[in-house]
Design a binder for this molecule. Structure first.
Ligand SMILES: NC(=O)c1ccc[n+]([C@@H]2O[C@H](COP(=O)([O-])OP(=O)(O)OC[C@H]3O[C@@H](n4cnc5c(N)ncnc54)[C@H](O)[C@@H]3O)[C@@H](O)[C@H]2O)c1
Length: 245
């Protein structure tokens, strides 16, 4: 059994993980941690737990990336960082952590998005002159915009369109430049997460779209990532691409 620390256990995703782990034959709960408490939460700080653990799964908030990475490094525990919205400093902290322990990070833990990214990349290669726009839709409680997944998709496309500039939203005098990848965010109701990529030439439009129906999808993906990560012997950054290989 894989002993998992769930960080952010009191949140929407944390609760899904606690529910899945309670029924899992592969995972057992080492500790449920959340700074602000919540149902089933045992610790309000990672350092409150010094028992045995095989993996940390973090669904808290990107501002805690350093705290999570410090704990993972000190205790030599592999860590799945599923939070989104990391700034450059926080990304550097994850990279440093990955020199000491295996670190898995993906802004989207669903296999469907990994497939979407690969299809979008193929389409961008096939239509080098097309305009590319990304539209993402999420629930009205989401803190960051654009979504980490929209940026993940945009970065995948930038590997093909190396001169691309990301244009976040469009207002006023905002004529489209040829090398733009436009990213627009919608926040409404209880939308779990929709991502649409529009690849448009003067004569045709290709639309690739993924809709998440249930956030359990991301929790299931995080457990698959954790299972994969505990098998990795080498400290490094891992993601959906490395896992799919
Ligand atoms: N990678 C993915 O596939 C994926 C999927 C869904 C959500 N997420 C990300 O996971 C994170 C959590 O999402 P959620 O929907 O469960 O959010 P949530 O707000 O429901 O839960 C976050 C939890 O973290 C805790 N927390 C601790 N310190 C915090 C702080 N400084 N600010 C805010 N919260 C703090 C809160 O108490 C809360 O219980 C977000 O970063 C979200 O973008 C990633």
């Amino acid at each position: 059994m894989i002993k998992a620390i769930i960080h952010g256990a009191g949140g929407r995703m944390g609760k899904e993980l606690l529910r899945l782990i309670a029924d899992s034959s592969d995972f057992t709960l080492a500790a449920a941690v959340d700074k602000f408490g919540g149902e089933g939460v045992q610790y309000t700080n990672l350092n409150g737990f010094d028992g045995e653990a095989d993996v940390i799964i973090d669904f808290s908030n990107h501002v805690l990336t350093k705290e999570v990475c410090d704990y993972a490094t000190d205790r030599r525990i592999p860590v799945v960082i599923a939070t989104t919205g990391q700034d450059a400093d926080e990304r550097a902290i994850m990279a440093q952590c990955a020199e000491k322990v295996p670190v898995f990070h993906s802004a989207n833990m669903s296999l469907g998005i990994a497939v979407l990214a690969s299809l979008a990349r193929k389409a961008a290669e096939m239509f080098p002159d097309a305009d590319i726009e990304i539209i993402e839709k999420h629930h009205n409680r989401k803190l960051d915009a654009p979504s980490g997944t929209a940026l993940l998709l945009a970065n995948e496309l930038k590997e093909v369109r190396t001169d691309a500039e990301f244009k976040l939203g469009r207002a006023g005098n905002a004529k489209r430049e040829k090398n733009e990848i436009g990213i627009s965010a919608v926040r409404a109701g209880n939308i779990v997460g929709d991502h649409e990529i529009i690849i448009c030439t003067d004569s045709q439009t290709l639309t690739l779209k993924h809709e998440a129906h249930d956030r359990a999808l991301f929790a299931e993906g995080a457990l698959s990532a954790a299972k994969y990560l505990v098998q990795q012997k080498v400290p490094a950054m891992y993601d959906m691409k490395t896992m799919m290989k």
